[in-house]
Design a protein around this ligand. Structure first.
Ligand SMILES: Cc1cc2nc3c(=O)[nH]c(=O)nc-3n(C[C@H](O)[C@H](O)[C@H](O)COP(=O)(O)OP(=O)(O)OC[C@H]3O[C@@H](n4cnc5c(N)ncnc54)[C@H](O)[C@@H]3O)c2cc1C
Length: 488
């Protein structure tokens, strides 16, 4: 361990307590990576792991890191898919899960103020006791935190009704790269025209501007009931047009996910395996739409029946097997491996899920899908399939997962995967879309995201300098890629 790290470890232990600091190798190893495909042999470890439990303790750690110019990597649940937590330049990993206290539940104003290391599931378990709900709901909620949701701007199952982090975040506390504590945002007001919206700058910042320690979020009364439905269509465009009709009719849709034929194949495969009979899905089915409605029982009943009429009128056929609908729902709400085993053919258990997460304008999804198949084939990646999520309220706003299987014990396959991500990302920009909608730049897109941002990238780097003058906050992320360009 270099001298600066040793000194920093001692000073941090003095300020926040020895029990919150670790240099043990076995401990540091658990902070070497997230769920992004990468070869285990190339993993880098942090030099030091600290687990602060207050904003002030985080500030103390950052001040010491600033003094010795040591990199800091914020770590939450470690389920990210872009390499955001990889300590590619070593340094101090701050495990944010020590910041897990809820500070205030304001039932009257429908807000919660919380330390952000709490998992989304734990936050909702507490809110439920008050009849409230934070509907931001990624599949990874048992492990992933509020702070990571802010920092990645990740997707929620219920985005088409409630939106993304920009729709929830009212204010936040940030520890900047100098160790200064900053409150940004507009308290409990739902909108503002005053100042710059610095709290929005933290959304998707991936820890490169500082560490978010607290946040005030908009919450909702928990709806009474829910109804989930699945309908197949002859094409992806037909499914999209049907969804457009639902919105045009004025229905309030809670979730709407469109799966391609390959993804549909996982559900029918799981059904066949489990029940030993063929599901009644027509051969012509090219797209599978899962849709749900929530609210009062009567409203849900009406919405569901009316929606079904529209969907069938648009060429859709209702999926009769309740087990397929339940299988999808379960897979969205548990991190246990079971749904994946059911969803993915047995031969693929060994391989990991790897995705290009693209934002594509709605009229060009079919085109993007065809290009996806070609780019995957060119890079010799086995296609898992496409799923179109919708993430802005009352809109078709495609956030698309173009997924492939990756064997990350094979370094050549990992390399081809990141080449695939680069080509897919550039394709999204060519189609007037964006390179990432829920994973973030991480350590994957930085080598080529100028293709999307052009000169604006220079301004982004300047903004980082304001918050983090010594470039110690998650260095190597957003503006570099350790896969495409050589490590610096
Ligand atoms: C099985 C599975 C299902 C998933 N489902 C979804 C899904 O439905 N929707 C979706 O969008 N994603 C999904 N993901 C991806 C992933 O869960 C999300 O990106 C999630 O936001 C990561 O949360 P985490 O707590 O694990 O963050 P981590 O991986 O620990 O960190 C993510 C990034 O945030 C930064 N960070 C974390 N906390 C802070 C903080 N307090 N301040 C500053 N920076 C911080 C980290 O440095 C890193 O750059 C899934 C992943 C898995 C493995």
């Amino acid at each position: 361990m270099v001298l600066e790290i040793q000194k920093a470890a001692e000073e941090i232990a003095q300020r926040i307590g020895e029990e919150k600091v670790s240099t043990e190798k076995f401990h540091r190893m658990t902070y070497s990576r997230d769920w992004s495909p990468r070869n285990a042999k190339e993993a880098q470890l942090p030099d030091l792991v600290v687990v602060p439990s207050t904003t002030e303790e985080v500030a103390e750690v950052v001040k010491i890191a600033y003094k010795y110019r040591i990199p800091i990597v914020p770590f939450a649940g470690g389920t990210g898919m872009g390499g955001g937590v990889s300590p590619i330049k070593g340094g101090i990993t701050i495990d944010t899960k020590g910041l897990n206290k809820i500070l205030e539940i304001d039932k009257e104003n429908l807000t919660v103020t919380t330390q952000v290391g709490i998992t989304i599931l734990a936050l909702n378990q507490e809110l439920e006791k008050h009849g409230l709900w934070w509907p931001h709901d990624p599949e990874s909620k048992p492990a992933s935190t509020v702070g990571a949701a802010i920092s990645c701007d990740n997707d929620s199952t219920f985005g088409i009704k409630y939106g993304k982090l920009g729709d929830y975040l009212l204010n936040a506390v940030l520890v900047t790269g100098t160790g200064e504590i900053l409150r940004v945002g507009h308290r409990k007001a739902l909108c503002t025209s005053s100042g710059y919206k610095l709290h929005w700058l933290l959304i998707g910042a991936e820890g490169t501007l500082g560490i978010v320690t607290e946040a005030t979020l908009k919450v909702f009364p928990k709806p009474q009931t829910r109804k989930v439905e699945a309908v197949v269509f002859k094409s992806i465009s037909e499914a999209i047009n049907a969804l457009k009709r639902l919105l045009q009719a004025g229905l309030s849709i809670e979730s709407a996910h469109i799966n391609c034929k390959r993804r549909l194949g996982f559900y029918t495969h799981a059904y066949r395996e489990k029940y030993k009979r063929e599901p009644d899905i027509p051969e012509w089915a090219e797209a599978l739409l899962f849709v749900s409605f929530n609210g009062d029982e009567e409203v849900v009943k009406f919405s569901h029946e009316y929606a079904l009429k529209i969907l069938e009128g648009c060429g859709g056929q209702k999926v009769k097997e309740k087990e397929i609908i339940d299988g999808w729902w379960t897979s969205k709400h548990t991190l246990k491996f079971e749904p994946f085993k059911q969803k993915w053919p047995d031969s693929q258990r060994r391989k990991k899920f790897g995705a290009a997460d693209l934002g594509i304008p709605v009229g060009r999804i079919e085109e993007a899908y065809q290009k996806f198949l070609k780019i995957a084939e060119k890079n010799e990646m086995e296609v898992l399939g496409m799923c179109v999520y919708n993430e802005r309220p009352n809109r078709i706003s495609p956030s698309i997962s173009f997924a492939v299987f990756v064997d990350d014990t094979d370094p050549d396959e990992v390399k081809r995967f990141y080449k695939y991500v680069e080509e897919m990302s550039k394709m999204a920009v060519d189609l007037e879309g964006t390179m990432s909608t829920y994973i973030g730049d991480g350590d994957r897109l930085g080598g080529f995201n100028e293709y999307e941002h052009g000169k604006a990238l220079k301004y982004m780097k300047k903004i980082k300098e304001v918050f983090d003058p010594q470039n110690i906050m998650n260095p190597g992320k957003k503006f570099e890629s350790c896969w495409i360009t050589p490590r610096k």
